[in-house]
Design a protein around this ligand. Structure first.
Ligand SMILES: *Cc1c(COP(=O)(O)O)cnc(C)c1O
Length: 463
């Protein structure tokens, strides 16, 4: 997904050479709007609010740790994507970033479609009333039961990921007396990451069917001959947390090239291409994400140009942002428990959550910022590492950041941009109780995913 795989475990005091936090920010009380959800503000008197509600009040009512999601920001981002892509394109929200029934209803109200990649995600989507035809089913190893269910309920598309799956879905659809609309996911030989993309040797991963060596062309050949399938297009997803459009450009060019080959060989112009998700967000003040309208324009221009050159009608484009919609809309609120200054190194600040509610730092070496939100402080900045309460030294939430040196147990600190891949990847490690997600909007707050309880844990333990 994100950067390099980094072995879990603490890094040494290399903060000063790593680039990001070489100096403390000018004002520790300032909340950079780039990384915080849109309605988060610090008032003149120092009070931090989201959706018009003080975070200290939210902590009292809902406890910590907890995720607070700015519903109006979420909806605004959905609308921005829908508007940017307009009527000639489709936006599918990638449910794996964060999915709940409330989210599914918001997506419907704002006109978005939905990607799912498991039976559980499909159930959540259907239960909240998402029409099946607006759902796309993904995954590199969908089970027979998942495929049967998806075909039976009539999902709008299944994205085929292997030769076996082409045969499997065709067989199941035929048995059920259906013709399933499908796309084929190809790997274009581009892998994009935050600030770069690499255009060689990326067939060495589990997703999709390689364009290289004629594999994808063979997949199309097979799909076109099977009665149970209606092949509508080609799908390509090149990575995550991408800022540079160059990777999408190569991807689009190669997908259009395949469409041209398909036309030449079969006399068929496939009507759709899906360019996947992966658009980056600001986790720190140094990240500069693109706006949806810029992305829509760039992708639209690339596809139009390539299709014109190949003599193809422009296909219907779809995109699948997950992180770019939900990521910036939430923050995690923690209470400080212990503070341990390590002479000459940094100060370890332990919070009441950790890798069970945010695994991204341990998993991807992800960067986050943090702020003291229960009060203001004029104290000197101190270099901190925010860690959790789990039995792993790699249990790090924020690797390097500055907090005021008068930080004390009981203070509330918040980590912004935790809307994507935090609750959805949360675990029960150490029998942690997964935190709630609270939606905040216009002075009101409501739990959309409740906090786990010890009874929830014991209910599964039937020994
Ligand atoms: C993960 C994924 C996405 C969403 O990625 P983001 O980085 O959250 O935008 C979209 N499409 C596919 C196929 C994915 O696997």
């Amino acid at each position: 997904m994100s950067r390099s795989a980094h072995p879990a475990g603490p890094r040494h005091a290399d903060v000063m050479t790593e680039g990001h936090y070489t100096a403390p920010p000018a004002d520790l009380n300032a909340l950079d709007p780039k990384v915080w959800a849109r309605t988060v503000t610090r008032d003149e008197d120092g009070t931090v609010t989201v959706g018009g509600i003080e975070v200290t009040r939210l902590a009292e009512e809902f406890g910590t740790p907890a995720y607070f999601l700015d519903e109006s920001d979420f909806r605004a981002r959905c609308r921005a994507w829908a508007d940017a892509f307009g009527r000639d394109a489709d936006v599918f929200y990638a449910g794996k970033a964060f999915l709940s029934r409330a989210v599914v209803r918001w997506l419907q109200e704002e006109g978005l479609n939905l990607d799912v990649c498991s039976g559980g995600e499909l159930t959540t989507a259907l239960d909240a009333g998402m029409p099946a035809e607006r759902i796309a089913f993904h995954g590199n190893n969908k089970t027979v039961a998942e495929i049967e269910r998806a075909v039976t309920v009539g999902v709008g598309r299944i994205v085929l990921d292997s030769f076996q799956e082409i045969a499997r879905v065709a067989h199941i659809a035929q048995r059920l007396g259906k013709r399933q609309r499908v796309q084929i996911r190809v790997t274009v030989g581009v892998e994009a990451h935050t600030h770069e993309f690499i255009a060689t040797a990326h067939e060495d991963q589990k997703f999709g069917i390689a364009l290289a060596g004629g594999q994808a062309a063979e997949a199309v050949r097979r799909a076109l001959t099977l009665d149970g399938l209606e092949l509508t297009g080609i799908h390509s997803h090149i990575g995550s947390q991408i800022f540079d459009m160059a990777g999408f450009e190569v991807s689009a060019r190669r997908v259009v090239q395949l469409l041209a080959e398909v036309r030449d060989e079969h006399g068929v112009e496939l009507p759709e291409i899906d360019l996947g998700g992966g658009l980056g967000i600001a986790y720190t003040s140094e990240d500069d994400p693109r706006e949806p309208h810029e992305i829509a324009k760039a992708l639209g221009d690339i596809v139009t140009r390539e299709c014109e050159a190949a003599g193809l009608a422009t296909p219907r484009i779809s995109v699948e942002p997950g992180r770019a919609i939900v990521g910036p809309t939430a923050f995690t609120l923690y209470e400080v428990g212990t503070i341990k200054p390590l002479e000459g190194l940094r100060t370890y600040v332990s919070v009441d959550g950790g890798m069970s509610d945010n695994i991204r730092t341990a998993l991807y070496d992800a960067e986050y910022t943090v702020a003291l939100v229960s009060r203001t402080s004029d104290a000197e900045p101190m270099l901190v590492r925010v860690v959790g309460k789990h039995c792993e030294s790699g249990d790090i939430v924020v690797k390097d950041a500055f907090l005021p040196s008068d930080l004390a147990p009981g203070d509330l600190i918040a980590v912004p941009a935790t809307g994507a891949y935090c609750r959805s990847m949360a675990s029960n490690y150490n029998h942690a109780l997964r935190p709630p997600v609270v939606a905040v909007r216009d002075g009101g707050a409501r739990v959309i995913v409740r906090r786990e309880t010890e009874e929830d844990l014991l209910r599964l333990d039937v020994g």
